[in-house]
Write a protein that binds this ligand. Structure first.
Ligand code: IMP
Length: 195
């Protein structure tokens, strides 16, 4: 089976290739696609679907697209679907600074990371897979690995922020890993049925 993974992010590509060795993954870099798609959805599912539908119509191949972000309860769900461009510059450092400022006088610090994967199969049918991990927002950055909001996202069960974990550790429990695991389970079932 050949699936187009609608991303330019090499980190995501190697993660999925590792998890699904039986599937041939083609990426946007492989097809040299530089199209800019506006993620105008109000939810993570809508944004994942916008990307998946666009590339399915363009390439007529099964497609996976994902959308992720951080949801902070006390901020009514911010940064949410705006996670990548929360601050004006959109840099990781500025996004983190803005989040810390908004949380300065807030004691209820619960948050979760979420990933929604939209998979469009070769019949054009859409399937959704969601992964979530709950934690709290720290009062200052801790740790140096990972990316984005990792230094501010504390996972109580591990007593570490995402940025204090090794990549292998994070990849076992992260929202993306959980969503990918569900997708993997689904795809493997299809393979078994067709055997
Ligand atoms: P994307 O949809 O996977 O590109 O994620 C959108 C934005 O959410 C990223 O630019 C980050 O700001 C944030 N984000 C998503 N996943 C993570 C993560 O695992 N760690 C830290 N930030 C993340």
């Amino acid at each position: 089976m050949k699936i187009l993974f609608a991303t330019h992010n090499n980190h995501k590509v190697s993660e999925i290739k590792n998890m699904l060795p039986e599937v041939t993954i083609v990426t946007l870099d492989d097809v040299q696609d530089e199209d800019e798609i506006e993620e105008t959805g109000l939810t993570f599912s809508e944004n994942a679907a916008i990307k998946a539908r666009y590339y399915y119509q363009k390439y007529h191949l099964p497609v996976i697209a994902d959308d992720s972000g951080l949801v902070v309860t006390a901020l009514n769900g911010e940064p949410g679907v705006h996670s990548a461009r929360y601050s004006p510059s959109g840099s990781y450092a500025a996004n983190n600074q803005l989040l810390l400022e908004k949380m300065a006088n807030i004691s209820h610090r619960e948050a979760y990371f979420i990933t929604v994967i939209c998979f469009i199969d070769n019949f054009g049918k859409e399937h959704y897979f969601t992964g979530k991990i709950t934690g709290t927002i720290t009062k200052e950055e801790k740790g140096t690995s990972g990316f984005g909001y990792d230094p501010l996202f504390y996972v109580p069960e591990f007593r570490k922020t995402f940025a204090e974990m090794s990549l292998a550790e994070k990849n076992k429990i992260s929202h993306r890993a959980l969503a990918l695991n569900q997708f993997k389970y689904y795809i493997q079932n299809i393979f078994q049925k067709n055997r």
